[in-house]
Ligand binder design. Structure first.
Ligand code: NAP
Length: 253
């Protein structure tokens, strides 16, 4: 290939294009010229069906209409980004597995019974399950993992706060923080106002307390993280990945 020839952008399909996260991803995509969207999916009954997805995202037209069928778009896709609804996760996973397309699942709240399907799919496609795509939370999770190992006599607790429309509780991020601690950990969930996302992990020991907090101040932190992760995932072999892999963290297991 001529070395001066520009590399064509990675062709991505976005599921959940009309939602809060989908709109943030579409708005942020201009910062990622290495990736372009060839599909913008909403629910089959979405009020956004047929609308220009750029306009739905609050920007200029991008001449990509919102549609309701993932299968029709998969042949052209090189990576699929899912920020939709937990009820759609299994169907999206099955479709991407059948079409052998890399899949980033940013959606949270799906049933834990999907675990064996995730494992089976990850033997055939690159699969990134990312309940939080922000770099700050990815680091918080690693710091939590380190603290839990380093402070074995301490008790841990997690508090998460999100906007009132968030469907799942506890948040996927809180569950992954609890998994990083590695023992049963109480999680308090608060739903109020417009809070984008706040997570606190508190370790308490005799005479001292360690408090780790992450606050999301804008949705584009998740959007930038998702687009970075999608580019990374598209060239990986089949396997199960996490955001810590995307960021290259190799601390403790
Ligand atoms: N990983 C992260 O960093 C991160 C960050 C924030 C949120 N999240 C998660 O991302 C998900 C979306 O959050 P959000 O706040 O954007 O939700 P939202 O505003 O409710 O948007 C949901 C989107 O999914 C679409 N949708 C619903 N059912 C669908 C189906 N069966 N098939 C295809 N599309 C469907 C909706 O379409 P219509 O409404 O137009 O019908 C809409 O576009 C949630 O699970 C949330 O917890 C993850």
């Amino acid at each position: 290939m001529n070395p001066c020839e520009p590399t064509p952008p990675l062709r991505a399909v976005l599921i959940g294009a009309s939602g809060r996260m989908g709109r943030a991803i579409l708005s942020t995509a201009a910062q990622f010229p290495a990736l372009c969207f060839v599909g913008a999916i909403a629910s089959p009954h979405s009020a956004a069906l047929g609308s220009d997805s750029g306009v739905v995202a609050g920007g200029a037209p991008n001449y990509l209409a919102v549609t309701g069928s993932l299968e029709a778009l998969l042949p052209r896709a090189q990576v699929v980004i899912d920020f939709s609804a937990a009820s759609a996760t299994q169907g999206n996973l099955r479709a991407c597995r059948l079409a052998l397309k890399p899949l980033l699942i940013g959606t949270t709240g799906f049933p834990s019974g999907l675990e064996s399907e995730f494992a089976a799919a990850a033997r055939e496609i690159p699969l990134l399950i990312a309940p939080n795509t922000s770099p700050g939370v990815t680091l918080l999770t690693e710091l939590t993992r380190i603290a839990a190992r380093a402070l074995p006599g301490f008790t841990a607790g997690i508090t998460e706060t999100h906007h009132r429309e968030k469907r799942d509780a506890p948040s996927g991020t809180a569950l992954s923080l609890a998994a990083a601690i590695g023992v049963e950990t109480p999680i308090a969930s608060v739903r109020e106002g417009e809070v984008i996302g706040e997570h606190t992990v508190r370790f308490a020991g005799p005479g001292e307390e360690l408090v780790l907090t992450h606050r999301a101040l804008a949705r584009d932190i998740f959007a930038r993280g998702a687009l970075t992760a999608a580019l990374w995932l598209s060239s990986r072999p089949a396997g199960r990945y996490q955001m810590r892999d995307v960021m290259g963290f190799k601390t403790v297991t």
